[in-house]
Design a protein around this ligand. Structure first.
Ligand SMILES: NC(=O)c1ccc[n+]([C@@H]2O[C@H](COP(=O)([O-])OP(=O)(O)OC[C@H]3O[C@@H](n4cnc5c(N)ncnc54)[C@H](O)[C@@H]3O)[C@@H](O)[C@H]2O)c1
Length: 304
């Protein structure tokens, strides 16, 4: 049986015995990926470093599913069933029970290398290892693995339940069957897959980083207010969100980390981080996830 067939048994995911998905990092992306996989019928383990973080991730996944119900994209029964498929975990030990492992921890190369080294010691040898990095080269993340050929990039978009795209990135030594398993998994979630070579930022992040950074430079230089820059991007280019609304959603720390990866990778001044973004990170104004970024957000309601 091919790795692809092993992951997608039958055409309707809900009628198949599903492989377990283990998500490392219960932040913005990990919680969204967990909700999406559970909605497609996969049992999911959502992991973070401590209980508070893992519980916060589950609350975020719940909110994402509630929002999908409110938008009439998901039925109440499917929401309840999906939530019933998500469990939380602390630490990587329980990754040993999963066949599909998606890493969505912070955008930090050393951290991701360490996580995958540990995963290699606990994961089943046939389990798929995928990173949701938005900018770091996959080959570099996997450089210390005994078997780097099993690692692949699977880049989801934010908010995961609403965004139909996944970028698929093979490292230099990723085996073809690993790539196909990853594609098959993403497609089983209803996503459209585009492939990118393993260069910093791939296709989408490279384009987005410049767009967000340029907006920050214009604000920094006093060209226009953040509200007017947001309105200009939305009404002038038909973008659904302005750059400051979007960077607040992405996380300003993540945006800075991405620009640093692009700078390190290309040494091109296009990727020179606007100092205003670094100041925002130093002030812990990271966007929606901390309640304030370029804009202020009300605290999310805490589920019972
Ligand atoms: N935010 C976006 O819009 C977006 C979009 C696509 C991809 N990404 C990528 O997804 C990844 C996660 O980004 P995010 O926005 O969810 O970040 P986030 O800051 O919301 O969440 C990161 C999570 O990782 C956890 N973490 C850190 N070290 C860990 C460890 N050793 N073990 C387990 N968990 C650990 C943190 O506690 C946190 O909960 C990054 O690689 C990022 O580049 C982000």
């Amino acid at each position: 049986m091919s790795a692809e067939a092993e992951i997608s048994v039958g055409s309707d995911p809900r009628q198949s015995v599903r492989k377990r998905v283990f998500v490392v990092g219960a932040g913005i992306m990990g919680s969204g990926i967990a909700a999406q996989a559970a909605l497609a019928g996969y049992p999911v383990t959502l992991e973070d470093m401590n209980e508070e973080l893992a519980r916060r991730g589950l609350a975020n996944a719940t909110r994402a599913l509630d929002h999908a119900v409110a938008r009439q994209k998901v039925g109440a029964g499917d929401r309840a069933a999906a939530l019933g498929r998500i469990e939380i975990a602390i630490g990587l030990r329980r990754a040993g029970a999963a066949q599909i492992i998606i890493e969505a921890a912070s955008e930090d190369l050393a951290l991701k290398r360490r996580i995958f080294q540990e995963l290699e010691t606990v994961a089943q040898p046939t389990a798929l290892l995928a990173s949701n990095t938005s900018s770091l080269p996959i080959t570099s993340i996997g450089q210390d693995l005994g078997d780097p050929g099993r690692l692949v990039g699977l880049h989801f978009f934010n908010p995961v339940l609403q965004m139909p795209l996944v970028e698929l990135i093979p490292g230099l030594t990723t085996r073809p069957e690993v790539l196909e398993s990853a594609r098959s998994f993403a497609e089983s979630l209803g996503k459209t897959v585009v492939a990118s070579r393993d260069t910093p930022g791939f296709v989408t992040t490279r384009a987005l980083a410049v767009l967000l950074n340029e907006a920050a430079w214009m604000l920094y230089e006093g060209v226009a207010t953040k509200e007017d820059i947001d309105t200009a991007y939305k009404l002038g280019f038909h973008h659904p969100m302005g750059p400051f609304e979007l960077v607040d959603l992405v996380g300003i720390d993540t945006a800075v980390a991405i620009l640093d990866v692009l700078w390190d990778g290309f040494r091109d001044s296009r990727y020179r981080v606007c100092p205003l973004l670094r100041s925002m990170v130093a002030a812990k104004k990271l966007g929606r996830k901390t309640g304030e970024g370029f804009y202020v957000y009300p605290p999310p309601s805490v589920p019972p």
